[in-house]
Design a protein around this ligand. Structure first.
Ligand SMILES: *[C@@H]1O[C@H](CO)[C@@H](O)[C@H](O)[C@H]1NC(C)=O
Ligand SMILES: *[C@@H]1O[C@H](CO)[C@@H](O)[C@H](O)[C@H]1NC(C)=O
Ligand SMILES: *[C@@H]1O[C@H](CO)[C@@H](O)[C@H](O)[C@H]1NC(C)=O
Ligand SMILES: *[C@@H]1O[C@H](CO)[C@@H](O)[C@H](O)[C@H]1NC(C)=O
Ligand SMILES: *[C@@H]1O[C@H](CO)[C@@H](O)[C@H](O)[C@H]1NC(C)=O
Length: 498
């Protein structure tokens, strides 16, 4: 148990935390240390997959805008070039006060997010709207990492929107914000902080309550576990029992070589923690992307991928070792296309891990696992989290900053009193849904969730295979957005008539 605890820890946390992206990392065995470097930690949305199968392509112009690196000081910093994608094909223009649909870019390549956010492209014609997808540019450059914060990001958006509207004489055009995962958090926070700039926000799978003790730290991994358990109890148990087997194997002479061969890694594992990390990552992403139809969001996967993982685990012939069963199961995640020769643990050693940086500064999302989960039990330990951040980034996290800046305890009451026009949408299979808003807060701050949905499924392009509940969810969202726009236009007209 103790050893496992060590394994899980920080990285996990961090990773998980990575909002849009990957789940956590688990670290090494004794002595307890964490190797947060893993790229496999759960983050929010997820890393773009390397394949491009099925990603729709949309038409847009790519433009650049000289953006302030730091909106909150007057020191003489260079500007950075913020990339944004724009489409005005359907826009009815300033004379009609036609809307601007603005996607709050997550950390990562904006073209990938644009391709995966079909909802916005599909609704633009009916709203005769302009579409803008800005990138969070600080993300791409180590020297600007220190400026990679939620406050800077939404200030970037505010400045970009203001200048873009001025350039296009579109000051009267209402802006509606969209975002998923971390981007969903940004969308909801931006609506709260800049109500004069955007009239409303659709915040999909935005875990704005995953901070401090607002929700139990076990929430994320409990939902992952429940997704597996509800598919198959024996599958859940096999996974739950596998950790001890992995550890025991790792203790043996040549154990790591054996594990490396069993799991077909290209290079020999350095620790069982690296393997656990890789598995945590797969289970977490499988839960996030447990979509009802085949998708290529994080990795190409079949529809209902957890069902498929469990089918493979449960259907192994009698006598199959537990390690082999686990291998068969996670192959659904890592090798669904059957094109992988061997698995690489460190796929991008030079890539910058913007999310981990954020997790070590303001995005401190406590993560733990309980004995009711399918993971080894692990308690959240802020001290070791901080040590990890100091060691890796030489930075000390500010675990209370986000709730101070955007609200924490009492947040719902404050929102009810001072906020309006936000949709918090969620799919309950998504482990991030546990840290999101699942109840209506007021008449115009509403929660829309689907029992069988996963990570911001509603923002994805519609498909012929969409189940009715998803079609309905999107229709409800469109209706609400329409009501915000109607109300805005009525108010405008009332002012003009006076
Ligand atoms: C990915 O895109 C490239 C270039 O558009 C295309 O040639 C290739 O066939 C695509 N791959 C898949 C798997 O669709
Ligand atoms: C990173 O940002 C610095 C400062 O703005 C700039 O001088 C440098 O060229 C950037 N590097 C890359 C790779 O964009
Ligand atoms: C607005 O116009 C100016 C002058 O043409 C240009 O430099 C700037 O990049 C434009 N801003 C945006 C947000 O497009
Ligand atoms: C991936 O799947 C293919 C097809 O089933 C298989 O031949 C290959 O060995 C698998 N790769 C790994 C690393 O397991
Ligand atoms: C938390 O982590 C710190 C630093 O690694 C360690 O000294 C401490 O014993 C841990 N606390 C618990 C309760 O495990």
């Amino acid at each position: 148990m103790g050893d496992f605890t060590a394994m899980l820890s920080l990285p996990l946390l961090l990773s998980l935390a990575a909002l849009c992206f990957y789940p956590s990392t688990i670290s090494s065995m004794p002595p307890p240390r964490f190797s947060p470097k893993s790229k496999y930690a759960p983050r929010f949305l997820g890393k773009p997959s390397r394949s491009n199968y099925s990603a729709p392509t949309y038409q847009y112009d790519t433009r650049y805008f000289d953006q302030n690196l730091d909106h909150f000081s007057f020191s003489n910093l260079p500007k950075f070039r913020q990339r944004y994608l724009i489409n005005t094909d359907h826009w009815a223009g300033p004379s009609r006060a036609a809307p601007i649909l603005f996607y709050c870019g997550n950390e990562g390549d904006i073209e990938w997010f644009a391709a995966n956010t079909g909802f916005v492209w599909e609704i633009a014609p009916r709203f005769r709207a302009m579409i803008v997808f800005p990138e969070e540019e600080a993300y791409r450059n180590t020297s600007t990492l220190a400026h990679l914060t939620a406050e800077q990001a939404i200030a970037d958006f505010a400045v970009l929107i203001t200048e873009l509207k001025r350039n296009m004489s579109a000051q009267d055009c209402p802006v509606v914000l969209f975002g998923g995962s971390y981007g969903g958090m940004l969308a909801s926070w931006m609506r709260l902080k800049y109500p004069h700039i955007a009239i409303g926000a659709l915040a999909a799978s935005a875990p704005i309550l995953q901070f401090e003790d607002l929700v139990p730290p076990e929430t994320f991994y409990q939902i992952v576990s429940d997704d597996f358990k509800s598919e198959s109890f024996s599958c859940f148990n096999t996974i739950k029992n596998s950790w001890d087997v992995i550890e025991a194997e790792g203790q043996k002479k040549n154990g790591l070589s054996f594990l490396s061969e069993t799991f077909r890694f290209c290079k020999k594992l350095k620790s069982t923690a690296a393997l656990s990390d890789w598995l945590y990552s797969a289970y977490s992403y499988l839960a996030m992307a447990d979509y009802p139809y085949p998708a290529d969001f994080l990795m190409p996967m079949p529809g209902n991928p957890i069902k498929e993982v469990c089918r493979r685990i449960d259907n192994c012939p009698d006598g199959t070792s537990i390690l082999q069963q686990i291998f068969e199961g996670v192959s659904v995640y890592y090798n669904y296309t059957g094109t992988v020769d061997c698995f690489d643990l460190d796929d991008d050693p030079h890539g910058m891990d913007g999310w981990n940086w954020q997790a070590c500064t303001e995005m401190v999302m406590p993560m733990a696992t309980s004995k009711y989960s399918m993971f080894p039990e692990y308690s959240y330990n802020y001290t070791s989290y901080e040590e990890w951040c100091l060691g890796d980034y030489h930075v000390k996290p500010r675990p209370n900053w986000i709730t101070t800046e955007f609200g924490g305890h009492g947040f719902k009451h404050a929102l009810k009193t001072f906020g309006s026009n936000i949709i918090f949408s969620n799919g309950l299979l998504d482990p991030w849904s546990g840290g999101s808003v699942l109840e209506d807060i007021s008449e115009s701050i509403v929660a829309i969730f689907t029992k069988e949905g996963a990570h911001h499924l509603d923002l994805r392009p519609s498909t012929a295979e969409d189940p009715d509940w998803l079609v309905e969810q999107r229709a409800t969202e469109i209706k609400i957005i329409r009501s915000w726009l109607d109300e805005y236009l009525e108010r405008k007209r009332a002012v003009l008539d006076m």
